[in-house]
Design a protein around this ligand. Structure first.
Ligand code: GLN
Length: 192
């Protein structure tokens, strides 16, 4: 089983290092050929508009969508990745490209300038101790559909959720030493 990291823009190498530390085979996904080899795909943080445009240019958006809808690809979107996975982006630019896979409404840059970048402890579903979460110009899930399981919250709203083979976090689990969120995703990929 190979777990890939979308490698068009953003925090790619940190995710690859975390996956390697979890002893799973990894791939940098840049085109359809590399996408076809993976059972799971991490969409990293970065700039969602840029990543979305590049997904379209490289012809990856349609392939990711159809593999996900067929149930042959698990996806984990962090931060900008969450924005791309959302069915609704509440305050995106007019032509914000998106994959629109998850039944969530996401607000971009939801913490404003005061809390542009911060770290906090939170409870994550099924983990037996709290998790340190790093937020950088992070989005929030403002609304979620009935098929979406909430995995973590902060006082402002939902920051981690799962819907079938889709996982998303507002924060960056690749930026701490804690491997538990990546391990959780790897288990999802093993069940694909
Ligand atoms: N604010 C960025 C966006 O909406 C995401 C920031 C990040 O991924 N760290 O694209």
């Amino acid at each position: 089983m190979i777990v890939g990291v979308l490698s068009v823009q953003g925090a790619v190498s940190e995710h690859l290092k975390h996956l390697e530390r979890c002893a799973v085979e990894t791939a940098a996904v840049k085109n359809i050929e590399s996408l076809n080899k993976v059972s799971g795909l991490i969409i990293p943080g970065g700039e969602s508009t840029t990543i979305g445009k590049l997904l379209d240019i490289f012809g990856l958006a349609e392939e990711i969508r159809s593999r996900s809808l067929q149930g042959s690809l698990a996806i984990f979107g962090t931060c900008a990745g969450m924005v791309l996975m959302a069915r609704e982006i509440m305050d995106g630019i007019k032509e914000q490209p998106k994959l629109a896979l998850m039944d969530i409404s996401v607000q971009r840059n939801a913490f404003g300038r005061q809390r542009e970048s911060f770290e906090t402890e939170l409870e994550f579903y099924s983990f037996d101790s709290s998790l340190t979460a790093v937020f950088i110009r992070a989005p929030l899930i403002a609304k979620s559909g009935p098929g979406v399981k909430v995995l973590a919250r902060v006082p402002e709203g939902i920051v981690a959720a799962r819907q079938g083979n889709l996982l998303t976090t507002s924060f960056h689990p690749e930026l701490t030493d804690d491997l538990r969120v990546h391990q959780y995703f790897i288990e999802m990929c093993q069940n694909i």
